[in-house]
Design a protein around this ligand. Structure first.
Ligand SMILES: Cc1ncc(COP(=O)(O)O)c(C=O)c1O
Length: 551
């Protein structure tokens, strides 16, 4: 490399960096003065992989580079991306836009960036190619962001991809049940037209309450008493005495002063985080948290710090922001929904106290599973009533639909007026609340359900471990069979179904690309025979498709 080239490269880097900073600011809303050149996308800025893709696509489009060139992929920080961008031009001026062509403009002459910033973002028109299923290497992530003038370009590309995957038997998402969802369920395969009774290992009905006659009777009774639905949101005519009773029961279950019911667990996360956090605040969120948490963090407008799933990473993120103004919230799943491990809550709370942060724990997969009475993560650690915000969903153990947050009375009151998903949305109907009240009562009066659940978890887990499967760090009713590769996981899911067992096949966006897995959910309704059969099916399927085990 000559000296002239060297200089050119240096100035190119400066321009590329300025452009990258600008695009990051445009795509994330971060003020420029908060963007350091060496900031890492995920750990320092909390910019997730989807937004990183958007930044990459925007930069490539602005620079007239092909969107599938891969030239910017793998950059973990702003300056690394800028370096890759500068390198992509290999001595040429960085992305001279059409207006500059032939006008003798060069990189680093001070005008290039101006020109780039004025260049409208023009996505190239591309013709999609749809490889045959046997050669398919794309994942669902490839369709999350496909810049194109025709907004539906990605829709058409995904439709073709999805149909080949579905017709090959890989994607079985959304196939309808034609029976109650118990330890077995009849599912209608809409592609083949077949109806099959499966061993059901994809349900979150952890304590078998979804079909309990007492729960169903309570629902029937309340529906005939209060009608089909509420006719307004909670603040305006939509509150029923049963909502109030349910909120008291939940507060009692959690050992808090009060609780608030939301239309869903998703909206509980989105509404609560966005109500409490604003642009001056910082939210610390585990990289493996549920999407409803990540979306709540984005919507809140707070600065996000995504930490990589360890309390060490959390502490480093807290330390780096120790001098910042504004409030702090640490949000974590209690049981991580795709991994099954339990958060180290005592350490999280200790760090929260040290750095003046509040804590929100999402107990979607802990309620009815952790703690002697099924209260969740805080009970499991002997910390009941000590967590600032405990959130849960009704769509799993409690056999209904909706979500809730249990907290101090004044915090709950605030949420009733500032959580938009509570204020501006109709809530669960009264008869659903009646079913939930019955479920909580049964869970309390029949603790043997939790004992049976744990007998079942331990049994299946030990069979799968004996067979050499990688179950990650699971400590809950979620048993992941970690495979990694999307394609192999889809083949494994198909092989398992062909043998009469149904469990979740989890690929992006449920987990990161490269971390695909089967996800087996154990319930108290499974018999020991079901569990042994399931273990054998998983073993035989792994052998068929060549999933590696450690024995
Ligand atoms: C950890 C977690 N939080 C929130 C939710 C959303 O709950 P809901 O289905 O009630 O919207 C889920 C559901 O899968 C979840 O797993």
């Amino acid at each position: 490399m000559t000296d002239t080239q060297m200089t050119l490269q240096d100035t190119q880097f400066d321009d590329a960096l300025a452009l990258t900073l600008y695009v990051v600011q445009q795509q994330t809303g971060y003020p420029l003065d908060q963007l350091e050149a060496d900031a890492e996308f995920e750990t320092d800025l909390g910019i997730d992989s989807i937004v990183q893709l958007e930044i990459t696509a925007d930069l490539l489009a602005r620079c007239g580079l092909p969107s599938d060139s891969g030239k910017l992929s793998g950059a973990a920080s702003i300056d690394e991306m800028a370096r890759k961008l500068a390198r992509a031009f290999d001595g040429r001026p960085v992305a001279a836009p059409p207006a500059a062509k032939g006008q003798g403009k060069t990189a680093g002459d001070g005008e290039l960036l101006d020109m780039l910033l004025k260049t409208p973002h023009k996505a190239p028109k591309e013709t999609p190619t749809f490889p045959a299923p046997t050669t398919e290497t794309r994942t669902m992530r490839d369709f999350a962001d496909m810049p194109h003038r025709d907004l539906f370009h990605k829709v058409e590309a995904f439709d073709a991809f999805y149909k080949t995957q579905r017709d090959a038997g890989f994607y079985w998402y959304g196939m309808p049940l034609e029976s109650p969802c118990q330890n077995r369920a009849v599912i209608h395969d809409e592609v083949s037209g077949q109806r099959t009774e499966f061993l059901m290992f994809a349900s979150n009905n952890y304590l078998g309450l979804a079909n309990d006659p007492r729960v169903i009777e309570a629902i029937r009774d309340a529906a005939s008493r209060y009608g089909a639905t509420n006719t307004g949101c909670r603040l305006i005519g939509g509150s029923n005495v049963l909502h109030k009773e349910l909120e008291r029961k939940l507060a009692d279950l959690k050992g808090t002063e009060d609780s608030i019911v939301f239309p869903s667990g998703y909206s509980a996360n989105v509404g609560t985080i966005s109500a409490l956090m604003g642009s001056r605040d910082i939210v610390f969120t585990d990289a493996l948290n549920h999407m409803s948490i990540q979306d709540g963090c984005k919507l809140s407008g707070a600065s996000r710090r995504i930490y990589q799933h360890t309390t060490g990473a959390l502490e480093r993120a807290l330390e780096r922001s120790a001098d910042a103004d504004g409030g702090r919230l640490i949000v974590t799943d209690g049981v991580f929904s795709m991994h099954g491990d339990i958060v180290d809550l005592p350490r999280v709370v200790e760090l929260a106290r040290k750095y003046d942060a509040k804590v929100l724990v999402d107990d979607a997969h802990s309620t009815g599973v952790l703690g002697k009475t099924g209260s969740g993560t805080s009970e499991h650690f002997g910390m009941k009533g000590q967590i600032d915000l405990e959130l849960g969903t009704f769509s799993k153990t409690l056999a209904g639909v909706g979500g809730f947050v249990a907290a101090r009375a004044d915090v709950v009151e605030y949420l009733r007026f500032y959580a938009n998903s509570y204020v501006f949305a109709a809530t669960i109907p009264a008869h659903v609340a009646a079913g939930l009240i019955a479920s909580i009562d049964i869970m309390k009066s029949e603790p043997q359900r939790i004992e049976t659940l744990w007998r079942n978890i331990d049994h299946l887990k030990s069979e799968l471990l004996k067979a050499g499967f990688d179950l990650g760090e699971t400590q809950s009713a979620i048993l992941p069979i970690v495979i990694g590769d999307d394609r192999k996981t889809l083949e494994m899911g198909r092989a398992v179904r062909a043998r009469g067992m149904f469990c979740q096949t989890v690929v992006f966006p449920g987990v990161a690309v490269g971390d695909a897995r089967l996800r087996i959910s154990v319930t108290s309704e499974h018999t020991l025979e079901d569990l042994d059969l399931a273990a054998q099916i998983v073993i035989d399927s792994a052998e068929e498709v060549g999933v590696q085990t450690h024995v």
